[in-house]
Design a protein around this ligand. Structure first.
Ligand code: AMP
Ligand code: ZN
Ligand code: FE
Ligand code: FE
Length: 301
């Protein structure tokens, strides 16, 4: 049975494959559906959806947003967006403008630390949403660091010499923006919260209440125990289940589309169950020509 992948990044944010290339790679990998979920941009969706029609694979419009809930930071996936989500697109364009200000501040701090990098060089390495991964790549090109990891440790990460925080959107604002586009909102890679048991349950309950309607239980970095815990949470709180690799192309070469580091598999039943939930909530399908005959099996299996 073919798999699917509901979490991928293109050159529109910090991945390396263009939207069309990514969709082609997904089709070549034998996936029947792929969601494009770039950070802070939906500009790649029309190209990706056209490629879906070209290569005969279902393309789901998505986005990944970093949000804050009080002191806590989390990532949300908005899935099943329309091809051109105009309202969301305008807000994201504003966020990307703010990224430029922050990036320039990072470069000023780098200069203070003795590293002189032109913003033009960073922009030349980026496609849409420009951020620290592109600054890290520029530092590698300059020979200042040997890996993105080193760039984050020495300069760009929260303990680094050129760290500048990013102002995040609030959870409530993000949920309402995504809901206005008819999206399914999923809590991305819950393992980064470093919470389990009652503490994780309380978070899921709280966020469910605030409009998060699915959990990305299946994810590249999740252990079997974590996957089981998140599937159980979804069941318990009547949330949907999503799953994906967080593919970034050559920027994270160990992570493969649909397979993560080799152990990931997201079945078509996951998509069918999401579509069933959407239908139940009166939301449009937006999964294009999903292959006929697939029925909602056990998304938890
Ligand atoms: P930004 O949105 O500009 O703050 O950049 C965040 C992105 O940087 C994340 O999505 C990751 O892809 C990347 N990133 C964060 N921490 C690290 C790290 N320690 N090593 C490599 N990449 C990282
Ligand atoms: Zn990324
Ligand atoms: Fe993320
Ligand atoms: Fe991601």
């Amino acid at each position: 049975m073919p798999g699917i992948d509901l979490h991928t990044h293109t050159s529109g944010s910090d991945g390396t494959a263009t939207p069309r290339e990514l969709v082609r790679l997904a089709a070549e990998a034998g996936l029947s559906a792929v969601a494009i979920t770039d950070h802070d941009t939906v500009d790649g969706l029309p190209e990706a959806m056209a490629a879906g029609r070209e290569f005969g694979i279902t393309v789901i419009g998505g986005v990944e947003l970093s949000v804050s809930d009080g002191e806590r930071a989390l990532h949300l996936l908005g899935l099943f967006l329309p091809e051109t989500p105009t309202g969301l697109g305008a807000v994201l364009a504003g966020l990307r403008e703010k990224r430029h200000d922050r990036n320039r501040l990072i470069l000023e701090k780098l200069a203070t630390a003795g590293v002189h990098l032109d913003y033009e060089k960073v922009l030349a390495l980026a496609g849409g949403a420009v951020g620290r991964p592109h600054i890290a790549a520029a530092l590698m090109h300059m020979g200042v660091v040997k890996s993105p990891r080193e760039a984050f440790e020495r300069y760009l990460g929260s303990g680094g010499r050129a760290y500048a925080p990013k102002k995040k959107m609030s959870l409530d604002r993000a949920v309402s923006l995504l809901a206005a586009e008819g999206a399914t909102v999923s809590l991305a890679h819950p393992y980064i919260l470093r919470c389990k048991g009652p503490e994780m349950e309380a978070l899921a309950a709280r966020w469910r209440e605030r409009g998060v309607d699915a959990i990305e239980a299946r994810y590249t970095e999740h252990s079997d125990a974590q996957t089981r815990e998140y599937l159980a949470l979804a069941r318990r709180f009547d949330m949907g289940v999503t799953g994906g690799s967080d593919f970034h192309g050559a920027a994270k070469p160990a992570i493969r589309l649909g397979r993560g580091r080799g152990r990931l598999f997201v079945s078509e039943a996951v998509l069918a169950a999401l579509l069933e939930r959407r239908a139940g909530a009166g939301l449009p399908d937006r999964a294009g020509h999903f292959p006929a005959g697939i029925v909602a099996g056990d998304q938890f299996g």
